[in-house]
Design a binder for this molecule. Structure first.
Ligand code: TTP
Ligand code: MG
Ligand code: MG
Length: 453
């Protein structure tokens, strides 16, 4: 077990009487030599401390490979590459065990390259169903510690432990308990980051992987991030990184030191976000703000219709639009909703929670179709809408890619074409007859990461 480096003994969150935590160098040094200001500062800090959250980010280590090594003792301690049909397959690496990473093997690399880099690697095909089942077990364990949990992808989640200290202990203690439970019950290792916001917790969980716990006490966020390489910052993709080298930025601290107006001039509003992130400012809502938003498309018919074939095709076009926007903004929807308005302007909405969060047009369409079928029954429909709600950020691939990689590549290629040449450049054959385009717009709520770069 490796423990956190940037960690101090006590967790200021446990203090019942607010005090200036010694972990806040900036504020305490300002207070020195200015007694009146200091007491004012104490009041402000009291407020800050009271409002400070305890956010955990947890992420399993080499997830698919670790499951394969667990289930087949012959793979343990060996370089294992999960993905496709072996080193001669045209596919890409899903993940590699840490033993294979020593040779430079990484996710998304061609399997052939992995074979060249690590000739001794053992190649194992992807078993999406198995990993999805393990993922559910992991999430069930996490839910024991708080209902405030937001799964982000198949192997990671955010947890908000604010207020749960009395029950389970500090963020650090809960982090240890989670690691122990995952180890004891699932024979897997998970890395944990504890911080006052999502951004810092995520950087922390990744910092000392595998099998690590990193705690960043409140007030030390900026100092914690400062020495780290700029690519560790959420939202810094290859393009941004390249652009930042124009300003000599190599570390997150370099970025924090750049005047924000320079960044805004160069990157627009994203520049301000980058600057705030570099200073350790991040969102603190878990499952809240993102989940509350939705992505929806509606269509009003020129002539009200009761033709089921037309209704179905329209739902497909709308689902295509919603799915495209989910994919482009790297979010998954847990719930699909439909809106149906009849000739008399009577509107009903119906919704369904999916088995697994999705960004798949087909899954959304199937749900929308079955919800609508029950409602229309001969009704003349004036307006139809499809919405994806309870959205969660997605840092990696969604579950369905794991099971159907080729299909995903087709979808991504069509999305890219639509983005480049317009919404009508690629349309499903069944949509050609429908009177609606396949809408494709940018997600209005700025994508949480720049994965698309
Ligand atoms: P990650 O958490 O990114 O990677 P990991 O768990 O394999 O390794 P670690 O977290 O220790 O760095 O992704 C979780 C799983 O998602 C991973 O095991 C396989 C799958 N995956 C892909 O299939 N393709 C990808 O490009 C990535 C990044 C992940
Ligand atoms: Mg992982
Ligand atoms: Mg992950």
């Amino acid at each position: 077990m490796r423990a956190a480096q940037p960690r101090v003994g006590s967790d200021p969150l446990r203090a019942t009487t607010p005090a200036i935590p010694h972990t806040s160098p900036a504020l305490s040094s300002q207070g020195r030599g200015a007694p009146n200001y200091l007491s004012q500062q104490r009041c402000i800090m009291a407020h800050v401390v009271a409002a400070t959250k305890t956010i955990l980010h947890v992420d399993l280590d080499a997830f698919f490979a670790a499951v394969e090594q667990r289930d087949n003792p012959q793979l343990r301690g060996k370089p294992v590459v999960v993905g496709g049909g072996g080193p001669n397959d045209r596919g890409v690496v899903s993940t590699a065990s840490y033993e294979a990473r020593v040779f430079g093997v990484r996710s998304a690399m061609p399997l052939r390259t992995a074979g060249v880099l690590c000739p001794g690697a053992i190649f194992v095909p992807v078993d999406g169903r198995k990993y999805a089942a393990v993922s559910r077990q992991v999430m069930d364990i996490l839910r024991r510690f708080t209902p405030q949990i937001e799964p982000l992808s198949i192997d990671e989640a955010f947890l908000d432990l604010t207020g749960a200290e009395a029950l389970f202990g500090t963020g650090e203690e809960v982090g240890q308990k989670i690691r122990q439970a995952i180890r004891d019950e699932l024979q897997l290792t998970i890395s944990v980051g504890v911080a006052s916001n999502r951004l810092v917790a995520k950087v922390a969980s990744d910092l000392r992987k595998p099998d690590a716990l990193v705690v960043v006490p409140p007030g030390t966020e900026e100092a914690f991030l400062a020495p780290l390489a700029i690519e560790r910052l959420w939202g810094v993709g290859a393009k941004t990184r390249a652009a930042l080298t124009d300003y000599g930025v190599k570390t997150i601290g370099d970025l924090a030191a750049l005047p924000v107006d320079i960044l805004v001039r160069r990157f627009g509003s994203h520049g301000a976000t980058l600057s705030a992130r570099a200073r350790g400012v991040g969102e603190t809502e878990v499952g809240g703000d993102v989940a509350a938003k939705s992505i929806s498309h509606e269509h009003t018919f020129d002539v009200d219709t009761d033709d089921w074939a037309v209704i179905q095709r329209t739902l497909l076009a709308l689902s295509e639009g919603v799915g495209g926007r989910l994919r482009s903004s790297h979010v998954l929807a847990a719930t699909v909703a439909v809106k149906i308005r009849d000739t008399d302007f009577v509107t009903v909405t119906r919704q369904r929670t999916l088995d697994d969060p999705t960004d798949s047009t087909e899954v959304i369409w199937r749900a929308a179709t079955s919800l609508t079928r029950r409602e229309v029954k001969g009704m003349r429909v004036r307006l139809l809408g499809v919405a994806a709600t309870r959205l969660s950020e997605q840092q990696q691939i969604p579950l369905f890619q794991v099971e159907d990689d080729r299909h995903r590549r087709v979808v991504e290629a069509s999305d890219a074409l639509r983005k480049r040449y317009g919404p009508r450049s690629i349309r499903r054959a069944s949509l050609l007859e429908a009177d609606v385009g396949a809408p494709f717009e940018r997600d209005p709520r700025h994508a949480p990461t720049e994965k698309g770069e």
